[in-house]
Write a protein that binds this ligand. Structure first.
Ligand code: MOS
Length: 718
């Protein structure tokens, strides 16, 4: 391969650092008005009366909307929409929307909106909220009986607080109408999903809605759902008959657009004395809102990971008076991994077995759920490479047995896994006679480097320099693509890009062979190499024809092909998962309990790596995120008021450069012909999954103290 697998800098890097890349709120739209929300003081009840007269009198104010005069959605989806009724279902819910000539005027006037409420006592604490059963897969074997009969037993509870994604770019949108046609620039992980959402909300045809989102300043799941910003911005723009811009403030990023739910988990493990797992019961309760049932799969995480004949994963959701959670990087999996991979570590200590060894004893060679083989699973090799790189063999088994002066040193390990998914996707390529290629698909690039990897794949199979490829995304007018979520983008859109390039090659070979004297006469497409503007025989490179000449002979200036890829049917006979082994060193100040993550090695088996540079960055991002989740991140809720309290970066902590030290990555070769022709599995979430557990395990190894309640802050250690 000429370009695939070679490190390449981002094709959009220069545009991003020079400000040429336009984010949602940066599009220049004439005569734009600005919106700002006033938010509810109470978490539950109803608005008795609302007085907007003072707000409306302020200079620059165009109009103030409340539930009394705001447009209503025609969608019957149970998403939260703002200003639909007098009912208050969470604290900081929008109660009014002020439109003004400037952002400052709108913001000032929003403070003058006065509401009176009929207040009810909210239940925001998931521990006391009513629960409903959610999807739980069928129990494998008889887990309770097997647990009772096991010679080694273990049980512990783990909790994870609410956490908020904090992409650098807050949610933002600009909407305008031209007759019946809506255009909206909005931060989005899936322009066509947003298009469908808006079409439903207005009960109009999707072709009358254009959603544009070419650059996204991070999202991590926060922009999978349209949230209330999308319909609110679009519908108020229609009311005021002029373009409207609405940006969330940083504080508003914490107050109603979704978050990782609070999760309580209990893991019960039964094992033999030799370490063989007999039974796992992994229970989970996550919070949701009263208006929507948000579910993920926190406890499904381990079901394919370990060979264990009895496995049970009951899952419930607790209905709280809070906004609805949403997906947040590695949703469910990182949550479940924290509990299960901590518990596995605890059992390993109980049995005095090295935690890597313990995992290898229980290694699943095939999917324990279905008995099907894995399409590929190089986790054993990942353990081997990761352990070697980390120097794991020098580890002493006993906690508190390693130190560096006043710092207790701990080494921990955990496993990550994530489904190697793929969804139908379409890519269109226009290759012109001069060798330039325009490639398009309505996917997103929320930061992982999709612009670059699709450019690489198209360049590879068109046989052109990547500099001659221009890939466009983030516009609902482009060919269909799934949302950028679930780590499926490269597998989905990349496969379609390969297909479209191959279709162009097939077309060109056919056109060339219309000439009876063609040097390619009689050759199959596979016999032909397309590179650097030339079609040549693989067996005899001297037999060749220029692509430009083929086009010219056929009166063409470009060839356009559109290709839709769908997941391979053969996938169904296999389990398709990516895996990673994640090794962490922490140092803990013996007196003060300060924790530093000094070294991380991520060994990852996730199929083919298209761009090693971007993949390394992804892994770094996963580690940084894992440090935040393990040691810092927590959205505090004041349950007296049902209100999110830590709504800024002064009180909601995330890692800074000083918190991140050595991060090394290793990609273990996996050739997987089942997942898709290129063998792409995805990695953007996988790289986070095991990290919080590995850190918690390292902290235990350093200190002998097991913290099962994230984040692990120093007060929990001393
Ligand atoms: Mo991700 S939480 O699938 O954007």
């Amino acid at each position: 391969m000429k370009y695939i697998g070679k490190a390449m800098s981002r094709v959009d890097g220069v545009a991003k650092v020079t400000g040429k890349a336009k984010y949602a709120s940066e599009f220049d739209v004439k005569n734009v008005a600005y919106g700002y929300v006033a938010q509810s003081r109470i978490a539950k009840g109803r608005i008795k009366s609302i007085d907007v007269s003072e707000a409306e009198r302020q200079s620059g104010v165009v109009k103030v909307f409340t539930h009394l005069n705001a447009p209503k959605t025609k969608s019957s989806d149970d998403d939260f929409f703002a200003l639909q009724s007098d009912k208050i279902v969470f604290s900081d819910q929008p109660i009014a929307f002020v439109v003004a000539e400037s952002l400052e005027q709108a913001r000032f006037a929003a403070r003058l909106v006065k509401a009176e409420y009929e207040e009810e006592k909210p239940t925001s604490d998931p521990r006391s909220a009513p629960t409903v059963d959610s999807r739980s897969p069928k129990m494998r074997g008889d887990a309770p009986a097997a647990l009772a009969a096991s010679p080694v037993k273990f049980e512990a509870e783990y909790t994870i607080p609410i956490e908020h994604h904090n992409p650098m770019e807050p949610h933002a949108g600009i909407a305008f109408w031209e007759g019946e046609k809506l255009t909206i620039f909005i931060k989005s992980q899936g322009v066509q999903a947003f298009q469908g959402h808006l079409a439903k909300c207005f009960d109009i045809k999707p072709e009358n809605v254009r959603v544009v989102s070419p650059f996204v300043g991070g999202a991590f799941g926060a922009a999978l759902n349209p949230h209330y910003i999308t319909f609110l911005t679009a519908s108020i723009a229609r009311e005021i008959k002029r373009p409207l811009k609405f940006n969330y403030t940083r504080r508003q990023m914490f107050t109603g657009h979704g978050y990782r739910p609070y999760t309580w988990q209990k893991v019960s493990i039964g094992a033999e004395k030799d370490g063989k797992l007999r039974s796992v019961i992994h229970e989970a309760v996550g919070n949701t809102s009263t208006i929507e049932n948000f579910t993920e799969s926190p406890n499904g995480f381990g079901r394919t990971l370990y060979e264990c004949p009895n496995y049970h994963t009951p899952y419930k959701i607790a209905k709280t008076d809070l906004p609805t959670p949403t997906w947040m990087r590695a949703p469910g999996a990182v949550t479940g991994a924290f509990a299960l991979e901590s518990a596995i570590d605890e059992v390993a200590y109980q049995l005095k077995i090295d935690p890597v060894e313990f995992r290898l004893i229980n290694y699943s060679e095939k999917d324990p759920e279905t008995g099907r083989p894995f399409s590929s699973k190089a986790l054993r090799e990942a353990f081997k490479q990761g352990a070697a790189k980390f120097g794991w063999e020098k580890r002493k088994l006993e906690p508190r047995s390693m130190r560096d002066g006043n710092w207790l040193v701990g080494w921990g390990v955990a496993v990550g896994t994530w489904g190697a998914g793929q969804a139908p996707a379409t890519v269109r390529i226009a290759l012109s006679a001069d060798g330039n290629a325009r490639v398009g698909s309505a996917t997103a690039d929320i930061g992982p480097g999709t612009y670059t990897v699709i450019t690489i794949i198209a360049a590879e199979f068109l046989g052109v320099d990547p500099a001659k490829v221009k890939f466009e995304l983030g516009d609902s007018d482009l060919p269909n693509a799934p949302m950028q979520g679930g780590s499926i983008t490269t597998a989905s859109v990349g496969t379609a890009a390969q297909g479209a390039a191959m279709a162009i090659k097939t077309k060109l070979v056919g056109l060339a062979q219309k000439d009876a004297n063609s040097p390619l006469a009689g050759a199959s497409v596979d016999d032909v190499e397309m590179a650097d503007g030339t079609l040549s025989l693989k067996s005899n490179a001297a037999k060749k024809v220029a692509v430009a000449d083929v086009m010219k002979a056929n009166g063409m200036t470009e060839i356009v092909e559109t290709f839709t890829s769908t997941p391979n049917a053969e996938r169904r006979n296999y389990r398709t998962q990516a895996h990673g082994a994640q090794f962490v060193e922490v140092k803990v100040d013996e007196d003060l309990g300060i924790i530093k993550v000094t070294r991380v090695v991520e060994a990852t088996a996730c199929g083919r790596i298209i761009n090693p540079k971007a993949s390394h960055s992804q892994e770094m991002g996963g580690v940084v995120w894992g440090i935040g989740m393990a040691l810092q991140e927590e959205t505090a809720v004041d349950h007296r008021y049902g209100r999110m309290m830590t709504t800024n970066f002064a009180t909601y902590h995330i890692p800074v450069n000083a918190d991140v030290q050595s991060v090394e990555t290793a990609f273990v070769d996996e050739e997987d012909k089942i997942v898709n022709p290129l063998g792409i599995k995805g990695m953007g979430e996988l790289c986070l999954v095991g990290i919080p557990a590995a850190i918690a395990n390292a902290v235990f190894h350093a200190t002998g103290k097991r913290v099962r309640d994230l984040p692990i802050t120093l007060d929990k250690l001393i």
